[in-house]
Design a protein around this ligand. Structure first.
Ligand SMILES: [Zn+2]
Length: 510
């Protein structure tokens, strides 16, 4: 019998195969971009043999939730572009929270995929279709219901994108223009996803004081449309909702027991990150970005916004009303780098200004483009969501310059190191399943997320004793330790903390 010959052979490692099964000793051969599992010491030769003894070999991580749609298309810089793959992420699921790069920046899925093919990338992207992007393209940024022909048009654009390879429909019902839609509009679109067997993925209309009502809306949309439901970055944030995961998780559990296909993802931090403009009431955005800036320049409109934040607006999440400007810090403000890392309350106090005025001036000076970090969650809620068996790991990375949230560079190593190993919240093979097999199955990534014969050779070799995150709010892009080797479609893309020259990544069509 002749020896099997591989391009790459990982010898002597313990395999966590992405199903949650216990670690088992096996060698992993890679040829033609696919994997073969071999019993330890099976006869085999390879162009390159890697000694994985003492290490764990896993499928490449699938990041369930990113905003990295454009990160590798130029301008962002290597530190931002490579933070995910340095953690072992071999597929980034983008197009989240209602915001995809098509329709809009790119005409359609194929144009988006072509742009990435031309630019080259180390790992893969899979994209959802954003409801907000559909609405912006068809209805515009107006605060009104879609007409029947507009809804038909949105459904047709979505249908074409899903047929071309997008992995589902996303919504971000706190963000304009998506927040202008009623439940029926989203249900009609989710029905299109259901026909493709693809999920409805949602950033709920409220993750704070009204989180349970918002979750019920998502469940109604899924039930009425027939689409599988995936709740993005599940959290119960703000002082009025702390501890509410004690109710939301059992609710999801009951739905699953009743046969509903519902899952969620989570990032392992007690702070969120979004746009500063999202702290303003929906009506302030009516008409789009230019209209918002015009209102921000008007003292009377500022007074209205201040009142809306103080008193609330029915159906609007109102992050600041659920916390305060002292919990909101600036993450990215290109023309004001000195403000990055400081809270809005602190900035306003220094200026002797009202916080809303400080926010308005900053947004005007930055053409509306300011990202923030919101320290809005409690550790026990985060841990509870992480421990739920239907939860997947998603960074919710917002890869923008400045001091972005450390989750983009730290999420996966933090779950494996801090939560799985150090705190024992879940066993390593189970933590791996939540970042591989479960996620690949949710988004229909065939033959990925599992380590078995014939699967795509997306692989991570990690040191289970050493894996740890190092990214912090002060140094958000510090790479993790313990990720030894990352392989995408059989090509080594990361070795000992460095990104190689290989660019096998592309936009996956599913
Ligand atoms: Zn979101």
């Amino acid at each position: 019998m002749t020896d099997r010959h591989f391009e790459l052979l990982l010898r002597g490692g313990d395999v966590a195969d992405g199903t949650g099964a216990p670690l088992r000793r096996a060698d992993v051969g890679v040829a033609d971009g696919r994997t073969t599992l071999l019993p330890g010491d099976a006869p085999a030769t390879a162009a390159r043999t890697y000694d994985a003894s003492g290490l764990v070999v896993t499928p490449g991580f699938v990041d369930a939730h990113t905003h990295s749609d454009l990160t590798t298309l130029g301008g962002a810089g290597d530190a931002l572009a490579h933070a995910a793959v340095l953690q072992g992420v071999t597929v980034e699921v983008c197009g989240n929270c209602g915001d995809s790069a098509f329709p809009g920046l790119f005409a359609d899925f194929d144009a988006f995929a072509l742009a990435h093919a031309a630019a080259g990338r180390a790992n893969h992207l899979a994209s959802l279709v954003g409801h907000g992007s559909l609405r912006a393209a068809v209805v515009g940024h107006e605060d009104r219901a879609a007409t029947h022909p507009e809804l038909k048009e949105m459904c047709a654009v979505l249908d074409a994108a899903l047929a071309a390879g997008a992995v589902g429909l996303s919504s971000g019902l706190i963000y304009t223009p998506g927040s202008y839609a009623d439940t029926a509009e989203v249900t009609a679109l989710a029905a299109v996803a259901a026909r493709h067997g693809k999920p409805y993925v949602t950033h709920l209309r409220d993750e704070m004081s009204q989180v349970e009502a918002a979750l019920e809306e998502a469940v109604r949309i899924a039930r009425d449309s027939g689409a599988p439901l995936h709740v993005s970055h599940h959290k119960t944030a703000g002082k009025y909702a702390w501890g509410r995961t004690e109710r939301t998780l059992p609710y999801l559990e009951r739905l699953r027991a009743d046969g509903m296909d519902v899952t969620c993802d989570v990032y392992p931090y007690t702070a969120g990150s979004t746009a500063l403009a999202a702290m303003l009431p929906p009506w302030a955005h009516d008409g789009g970005a230019a209209a918002l800036l015009k209102r921000l320049a008007d003292p009377e409109q500022r007074t209205r916004m201040r009142a809306a934040i103080a008193e609330g607006v029915p159906g609007w999440e109102n992050t600041v009303g659920n916390g305060g400007w002292d919990r909101i810090s600036v993450a990215g403000a290109a023309r004001h780098p000195g403000l990055q890392g400081r809270t809005i309350a602190d900035i306003a106090a220094e200026q002797g200004a009202d916080p809303l005025d400080a926010v308005a001036e900053l947004l005007l000076a930055e053409d509306g483009d300011v990202t923030i970090i919101s320290h809005s969650m409690r550790e026990d809620d985060v841990r509870r969501v992480l421990a739920a068996p239907f939860t997947m790991i998603g960074s919710d990375g917002v890869p923008k310059p400045g001091l972005p949230h450390p989750r983009w560079a730290g999420t996966f190593a933090r779950v494996l190191g801090r939560y799985a190993r150090d705190e024992g919240l879940l066993p390593l093979p189970e933590a791996v399943r939540r970042m591989t097999g479960a996620t690949a199955a949710r988004f229909g990534l065939t033959d990925r997320g599992v380590l078995r014969d014939g699967a795509h050779a997306d692989l991570v070799v990690l040191d289970p004793g050493e894996v740890a995150d190092h990214a912090t709010f002060a140094q958000p892009l510090l790479p993790p330790s313990g990720i030894r080797l990352v392989v995408v479609d059989g090509a080594v893309v990361v070795e000992d903390g460095l990104v190689t020259d290989a660019r096998p990544g592309r936009v996956l069509a599913c």
